[in-house]
Design a protein around this ligand. Structure first.
Ligand code: PEP
Ligand code: MN
Length: 344
């Protein structure tokens, strides 16, 4: 449920409500809106019945039960879009933010080259996997901590923030000192311990949709993160598995406006993993933005033919430049703007 406080309620009144809630066994979280002061309270439903008295407390305007299984994530808890600021790069709101880079960090030379190319093309954030969750144990598993060091170097040189995927609590802990955004991949979307651990950090979390996850399951995964106190969650639609085999996955673009209706969190799209085919990345990127996505995460490799993973879906640097040019036409047409570079 959410407790909507009177807009003029005092700090003491808010504090008193918070204390009453925690005595009743609820976990509380302040949800700072522009129009309302709201306290999100999550806990056992049966204790909710004993809350009538809460409604009488000074400063309380109303108590709104949230019917959806996800609470803090839901639009009912927060009307306005959540906007996340990653070292001066904005994700959400009116902005369209572009994340790009190789599937994996393969060498210092490869990643630094890619990072410079992303910056030249006008991208905002660099991606690169240091821990790769591969289908085969014999495939390249990532450079691990050495890869993290290279990502940090690329960030220092370009001034752009970096995102990397973590696959367990160990890689999460290792990544904390090196990267700006933590990615939880499709294969770990329901790794609940990892979600909780990510929720205990103060880093923005890029949460990919599981390849067979419903929208509700995906939002429940985001709820795990938020319920631990981290509200900086970026949802990423990356295609789901269907009967179709012509594309790597099926990009569920209807999920974008649907999730934006259900949740206040920013939603980005990954057309690279969704299609598995570099030629489909441009059209699906444009479609994603037209559907209301707050940004894209794109695989780009300096030399895709030599990539150790996901070469066929990786854009060339020239492809990325072309895509950015096309985006400059589509983005204003749908009432948005390309995120501004505040840093670098
Ligand atoms: C990735 O972004 O490198 C990745 C492995 O993506 P996904 O989890 O969507 O498969
Ligand atoms: Mn990949």
């Amino acid at each position: 449920m959410v407790i909507v406080m009177n807009i003029q309620s005092s700090k003491n009144e808010i504090q008193a409500v918070n204390e009453r809630l925690s005595n009743l066994g609820f976990k509380t979280q302040a949800i700072q809106g522009v129009k309302r002061i709201v306290i999100g309270a999550v806990g056992d439903q049966h204790t909710a019945d004993s809350l009538r008295s809460l409604e009488q407390m000074p400063g309380v305007e109303k108590i709104v039960p949230i019917m959806k299984p996800y609470k803090l994530v839901s639009r009912e808890a927060r009307e306005e879009n959540t906007i996340i600021n990653v070292r001066g790069v904005v994700i959400g709101g009116e902005s369209v933010t572009i994340i790009a880079g190789p599937c994996a960090v393969e060498s210092r030379e490869q990643l630094l080259t890619a990072a410079r190319q992303v910056k030249t093309a006008g991208g905002h954030i660099i991606r690169g996997g240091a821990f790769k969750p591969r289908t085969s144990p014999y495939s390249f598993q990532g450079m691990e901590e050495e890869g993290l060091k290279i990502l940090r170097e690329a960030s220092l040189e370009t001034g752009l923030p970096v995102v990397t995927e973590v696959i367990d609590e160990h890689s999460l802990n290792l990544s904390m000192d090196y990267v700006d955004i933590i990615q939880i991949g499709a294969r770990n979307m329901q790794n609940f311990r990892l979600l909780k651990a990510a929720g205990q950090t103060d880093k923005p979390i890029l949460l990919k949709r599981g390849m067979s996850a419903t929208i509700e399951e995906w939002l429940m995964a985001a709820e795990y993160i938020m319920s631990e106190g981290n509200g900086k969650v970026i949802l990423c639609e990356r295609g789901i598995r269907t009967f179709e085999t012509a594309t790597r996955n099926t990009l569920d673009l209807s999920a974008v406006p649907m999730v934006k209706r259900l949740s206040h969190l920013p939603v980005i799209v990954d057309p690279s993993h969704a299609t598995g085919d570099r030629q489909l990345v441009l059209p699906m990127s444009l479609a994603a933005i037209a559907s209301g996505a707050d940004g894209l995460i794109l695989e780009m490799h300096p030399e895709p033919a030599k990539a150790l993973s996901d070469g066929p879906q990786s854009l060339t640097p020239e492809d990325l430049q072309h895509l950015m040019t096309q985006l400059h036409k589509i983005v204003p047409a749908v009432g948005r703007h390309i995120a501004k570079h505040i840093i670098g």
